[in-house]
Design a protein around this ligand. Structure first.
Ligand code: ATP
Ligand code: MG
Length: 576
């Protein structure tokens, strides 16, 4: 049992001005966290309790899935990162520094290198595999825009796990086990989530899923099928090739130049020419690590830069600036087109469906019409390079795609041999031959998950924690601690519940009842017991469900049993 008077939970009425999302506001107002520097926080006692509960579920499910807990250092020597090639590739998110002997180190943002180094030293034989090592550790990433409190911090706790197998079949099985463990983990936290296909980004590897908590405030856009279980991050979401002739034509005959004074955007050009925007061949110039590339897409769609990057196998791509566009096309932006263009050109499949279209003439205030792909220009290839859009069918079953927003709380990757190859982590197989170990990596953000739970579970009065991660299960509120009967009843109930394993906050402050009720609601304690003067004198207490607001009057002798039953009911809602 914890007494509020002996507990640092500084609740506030004021809404902090720099907190943009609900979870950040409520974590501050409920006295769970305090900012130390941008993206760096103190976890106060109640906040830490929540994080520890998240961690406990993580440990239980990781252990159940056969993983072993280790703890690696936060401070990592640069040599390991140089071996993998990421010392140069990772960029400014990696916080680098030197020790007194001028040796370079970083604060680990993720631990593939450290764990691969461990495994290559300690594992020799296939008999030791499969193996899955996990840790719950403080990570540091020097994010460009730390924001939303624990959602995107710079220093944060992550559960990271790494699997090691002989061969890809085993690696797939390890991945499947983690995928299932993650589903159990987020179910146990009472979250509405979806696992979606994701891009593999700069960690590299062959396949990956993100676990998204569905919330309007989420930074990620996701699509999911209304008919099957397909889901994907919009960054990754596949588009089916268009059915033939869908994009129509804006005329026959040879390509002609027409004047389009001051018309640059898709809307301006298509309405000026009186054509369907879908028949405009939009031409975007990208600067990439593989040189300049023009990307073509139908005017009704947007180019997906991640698909472009993956298609080119480039390290990076970015939209060319005005000066570059002028240098390459000879015209200001808004008038670029593929006809006669001298840079490498690739096209989205939507362009293939345009039988005759319009496009920029690479000349100020001019466009070409009656342009026929294949006749007037030939891109080096057609591929899926666009952003999925409303009206696209599900690529698996043809069903209807729904768009929503999500918070990425977990991420599972199949890494293949990216790190084990670079760092020579090998193992002898049954025939005594050396084989490179196949790896997977699996991350869950502890603080971000807690924040996501608030985004999904709150109301006008505050947080409504799922009981499995609530800082306390029950708040016991004696409305007047100076009344000996009331105070005594509260003490007895609290110790009784405590002895039976219930986590109780006894609000023993000399505050007005209204303040105590507001704080219990703000902090989001799932069950509240109120002991009022009249009720106690008549032998009663009041039991209230934070979520539904339902209140029942219960005889003092039955009160503990009723609380236990309500707690058990709420726990059952968080069962995997
Ligand atoms: P994002 O795309 O949101 O930056 P990421 O892809 O960089 O995330 P991973 O490298 O997959 O994240 O890290 C695993 C998990 O760690 C994420 O799913 C998330 O829960 C958590 N995480 C990542 N970055 C942060 C951060 N800056 N603050 C809090 N948690 C984070
Ligand atoms: Mg990610």
């Amino acid at each position: 049992m914890i007494r509020y008077t002996r507990f640092l939970m500084p609740t506030t009425k004021e809404t902090p001005s720099d907190a943009e999302v609900v979870s950040h506001r409520l974590m501050l107002r409920a006295g769970l966290i305090r900012k130390v520097a941008s993206g760096i926080y103190n976890y106060l006692p109640a906040g830490l309790k929540v994080l520890r509960k998240v961690e406990r579920i993580l440990r239980e499910e990781m252990d159940r899935a056969g993983a072993q807990e280790v703890l690696m250092p936060s401070v990592v020597p640069s040599e390991l990162w140089k071996e993998s090639g990421r010392w140069d590739a990772y960029g400014k998110e990696l916080l680098r520094f030197k020790d007194r002997a001028d040796r370079e180190f970083c604060l680990g943002p993720t631990h593939e290198e450290v764990v691969t180094d461990l495994i290559r030293r300690e594992v020799r034989s296939y008999r030791q595999l499969p193996m899955n090592l996990y840790q719950i550790q403080d990570k540091f990433r020097d994010e460009i825009r730390p924001r939303f409190g624990l959602m995107r911090g710079r220093e944060f706790f992550m559960k990271d796990a790494y699997s090691f197998d002989m061969g890809e079949e085993g690696a797939k099985e390890s991945y499947r086990k983690m995928y299932e463990a993650y589903c159990r983990i987020f179910k146990r936290m009472g979250l509405d989530f979806r696992a979606v296909e994701a891009d593999t980004g700069n960690i590299g590897g062959s396949s990956s899923h993100e676990f998204m908590v569905i919330a309007d405030s989420g930074e990620d856009a996701i699509v999911s099928c209304a008919s099957c279980d397909h889901g994907a991050n919009v960054e990754k979401a596949e588009c089916l090739p268009p059915t033939a002739g869908t994009a129509g034509s804006n005329g026959a005959g040879p390509a002609r130049k027409v004047a389009t004074p001051g018309r640059r955007t898709i809307e301006e050009v298509s309405s000026f020419l009186g054509i369907d925007p879908g028949t405009l061949i939009k031409t975007l110039l990208f600067e990439t690590s593989a040189g300049d590339v023009a990307v073509l897409v139908s005017g009704k769609f947007e180019v997906n830069e991640i698909k472009v990057r993956n298609h080119l196998g480039a390290e990076w791509v970015r939209l060319a600036d005005e000066a570059r566009v002028r240098a390459v096309t000879g015209a200001p932006s808004g008038f670029a087109g593929p006809v006669g263009l001298s840079v490498r050109t690739i096209a989205d499949r939507s362009v293939q469906a345009i039988s005759s279209g319009a496009t920029g003439a690479n000349e100020k205030d001019a466009h070409l019409v009656d342009v026929v792909p294949g006749r007037d220009f030939s891109p080096e290839g057609y591929a899926d390079l666009r952003v999925v859009s409303a009206g696209d069918p599900c690529p698996r079953c043809g069903g209807e795609l729904r768009f929503s927003r999500g918070i990425e709380v977990g991420h599972v990757f199949r890494l293949g041999t990216k790190y084990s190859e670079a760092m020579r982590a090998v193992c002898l197989d049954a025939d005594g031959r050396e084989q490179v170990i196949a790896m997977g990596c699996y991350g869950i953000g502890v603080g971000r998950t807690a924040a996501a739970a608030i985004e999904q579970n709150h109301d006008g009065d505050g947080i409504v924690w799922p009981i499995s991660i609530a800082p306390f299960e029950v708040a016991v509120i004696p409305v007047n601690v100076k009344n000996a009967d009331v105070a005594g009843a509260a003490e007895r109930l609290s110790s009784d519940l405590d002895a039976r394993g219930v986590e109780v906050l006894l609000d023993d402050r000399e505050e007005r009842p209204g303040i105590k009720f507001k704080d219990a609601d703000l902090v989001g304690i799932p069950v509240r017991v109120t002991l009022g003067e009249k009720n106690v004198a008549a032998g009663f207490g009041e039991l209230r469900d934070r979520k539904s607001g339902e209140t029942v009057r219960v005889g003092l002798s039955d009160l503990a049993e009723s609380v236990l039953a309500m707690v058990a009911r709420k726990k059952a809602e968080c069962a995997a």
